[in-house]
Design a binder for this molecule. Structure first.
Ligand SMILES: Cc1cc2nc3c(=O)[nH]c(=O)nc-3n(C[C@H](O)[C@H](O)[C@H](O)COP(=O)(O)O)c2cc1C
Length: 159
């Protein structure tokens, strides 16, 4: 097994949630992508991070506008995860309800939980960029189970 494959395989054993990270460009056009490289960083101030591939188109917009929102997906929303990772970028926002909170970044209405972030810092790290977000507002939208990603497939939490 090549080292990169081994690394990917090892990391796939770390179960994560799935998020959709969203923003809007200067013309108000929505951009966003599916991301599971997301975690909390600090309580005071409240900071999170998301790691985005350097070729991500959304990354450019988040850096240029200094804002983005994170929507934590609920169980059953595999299609949304698929959509925000797929080739049809221009259709990602179709027929979905968004709202704005503090920063103006579009917040996905149907997210299980959400965080509206101001870009706090960014660090290039290999072929990805770590975007740190200062949480300006956040909340929980419902009482559903989360969508889980483990060993390359979507799972649900079973108590
Ligand atoms: C389950 C899953 C998790 C992903 N996690 C990340 C991630 O953490 N960071 C990232 O840059 N891309 C991640 N991707 C890939 C992006 O969603 C995908 O490349 C997307 O098309 C990028 O869109 P953009 O170029 O419009 O920003 C993930 C894809 C899937 C299906």
């Amino acid at each position: 097994m090549k080292e990169a494959e081994r690394f990917r395989s090892v990391m796939s054993h770390f179960a994560t949630g799935i998020t959709v990270v969203t923003g809007a460009d200067a013309e108000g056009q929505g951009v966003g992508l599916t991301a599971n490289a997301f975690t909390s960083v600090s309580l005071r101030p409240p900071l999170i991070l998301v790691c985005l591939a350097n070729e991500s188109r959304s990354r450019e917009v988040f850096l240029a506008t200094s804002r983005f929102a994170v929507g934590i997906l609920r169980s059953g929303d595999e299609a949304l995860a698929h959509r925000f990772a797929g080739d049809t970028r221009d259709a990602r926002f179709d027929d979905l309800a968004f709202r704005t909170e503090v920063t103006g970044a579009p917040v996905l209405d149907r997210a299980l939980a959400w965080l509206d972030c101001r870009l706090w810092d960014s660090v290039e790290a290999g072929d990805h960029t770590v975007l740190f977000g200062e949480v300006m507002a956040c909340g929980v939208s419902g009482d559903a189970d989360p969508l889980v990603f483990f060993q390359g497939s979507y799972r649900t939490v079973t108590p």
